[in-house]
Design a protein around this ligand. Structure first.
Ligand code: AMP
Length: 403
């Protein structure tokens, strides 16, 4: 008899890409990781690393016309390592779904009805949800009998009180168009806030944590006793912090001004705010490594971009400190948060009166492990906690199907 299956395949489907990881929830081991890029283009690219066998990364360059082609190629690579989608050890496929609207606040087993509900949410996430749905449909086609789970980026933030979730606009208009603050990066905020509590030796229900997820997209959250009470992204991932290419908070009248006086169309303003703003808009680079290199060479534009980025970050630390009243820890995560010591140092600088400080030598340590970077005397812990969205999606999916 086969023991209960414990493996979960996590799929993160973008418009022309699929990222995947196969995890074994018996011990959290990662058995295989990979990605497909340029789906639908002349030559698509697949990279697959079979961690279970210790084998080297394998790459394929060939045309994959759609997500079905891409997932078939992924299935072939997994099968070549004895980890195929037909394996009896596979318990579930967990899908990252960006927008769950107000309806989906928990991981949910995927049915045809659920997919139909997701279609209705497309206007809220026109760039992301269609790709997620395509990934789900394709995976359902490959393994119709296998439980598939949708894990929503918005779900962790559904505990926000109305005072934080409501925009101060006409209520009838807001409700008619589902306009409210949903928040994103939820699996990361959930995982990192829990891991931070662990690092402090506390139960998540006993810890108040400010999570700063600073990747190319960036968001902050205020987590009280394991529940999100505020987050910086809103109806879409455009609100909040300064990001790689997104503006974050902006006076909404800027949009009216550009429309009325610069003759820009809605699509042009959308592209300006989402793709040509943030760090890249301020200095032409969105990679923090490059920005730091330019600052070291005396580049004033890069220095200004860094200062705007840090100023916004500091404002959110202060705001969420006030929202929480008492803070046990601030946790930095994602590409910039985990790696850019100067950002962490600058964001916390001058906040000693709030009990916040960073120890320069601890901050300089490079490590993939969760760690404290505050001095012993600081009242509030400052932590670096590597995020793991795939593990969180797998954990939530497995909990649901093995319950
Ligand atoms: P993510 O979206 O979490 O993958 O983060 C991507 C971003 O992390 C990149 O755009 C870089 O700006 C940043 N990043 C990655 N590694 C480093 C590093 N060593 N130092 C500074 N920034 C980094």
């Amino acid at each position: 008899m086969t023991a209960n299956p414990t493996r979960v395949l996590v799929l993160n489907s973008g418009s022309s890409s699929v990222k995947y990881q196969l995890l074994d929830m018996a011990d959290g081991a990662r058995l295989a990781v990979g990605l497909v890029e340029r789906i639908g283009e002349e030559t698509s690219y697949l990279a697959h690393t079979p961690l279970a066998t210790g084998g080297a990364k394998r790459e394929r360059e060939e045309r994959m016309a759609d997500h079905a082609d891409a997932l078939k190629a992924v299935a072939e690579e997994l099968a070549a390592d004895g980890l195929g989608l037909d394996s009896p050890e596979l318990a579930a496929i967990g899908h990252r779904v960006v927008h769950g609207g107000q309806k989906f606040t928990q991981p949910t087993v995927i049915t045809e009805e659920l997919v139909a509900e997701l279609e209705k949410l497309v206007p809220l996430a026109p760039l992301h949800n269609p790709a997620n749905i395509t990934g789900i449909r394709t995976a359902m086609g490959l393994r119709p009998d296998l439980p598939q789970v949708a894990v929503f980026d918005t779900a962790f933030h559904s505990t926000m009180p109305e005072s934080a979730a409501r925009y101060a606009i006409d209520t009838a208009t807001a409700d008619e168009h589902s306009i409210r603050r949903y928040g994103f990066h939820g699996t990361s905020h959930a995982y990192v806030s829990r891991e931070t509590a662990k690092l402090l030796g506390k139960d998540p229900s006993e810890a108040n944590v400010i999570v700063l997820h600073l990747g190319n997209g960036a968001s902050a959250s205020a987590v009280r006793g394991g529940e999100c009470v505020d987050t910086s992204m809103g109806l879409t991932p455009l609100e909040g912090l300064v990001m790689g290419t997104r503006s974050g908070d902006i006076d909404p009248a800027v949009i009216l001004h550009l429309s009325r006086n610069a003759g820009m169309s809605v699509d042009e303003i959308d592209s300006l705010l989402n793709k040509k703003s943030g760090l890249i808009g301020l200095c032409g680079d969105n990679d923090m490594r490059e920005i730091r290199r330019r600052i070291d060479e005396g580049d004033e534009q890069a220095a200004l971009a860094f200062d705007v980025y840090v100023h916004r970050l500091k404002k959110y630390i202060g705001a969420y400190y006030a929202v929480l009243g008492k803070v046990d820890a601030i946790a930095f995560t994602a590409g910039v948060g985990e790696n850019a010591a100067p950002v962490r140092e600058a964001a916390v600088a001058g906040l000693e009166e709030l009990g916040l400080a960073v120890d320069a030598s601890l901050n300089a340590v490079r490590s993939g492990e969760p760690r404290l970077i505050s001095p012993d005397y600081a009242r509030v812990a400052v932590a670096v906690v590597p995020t793991d969205e795939e593990l969180e999606i797998a954990t939530q999916s497995y909990a649901l199907v093995s319950a």
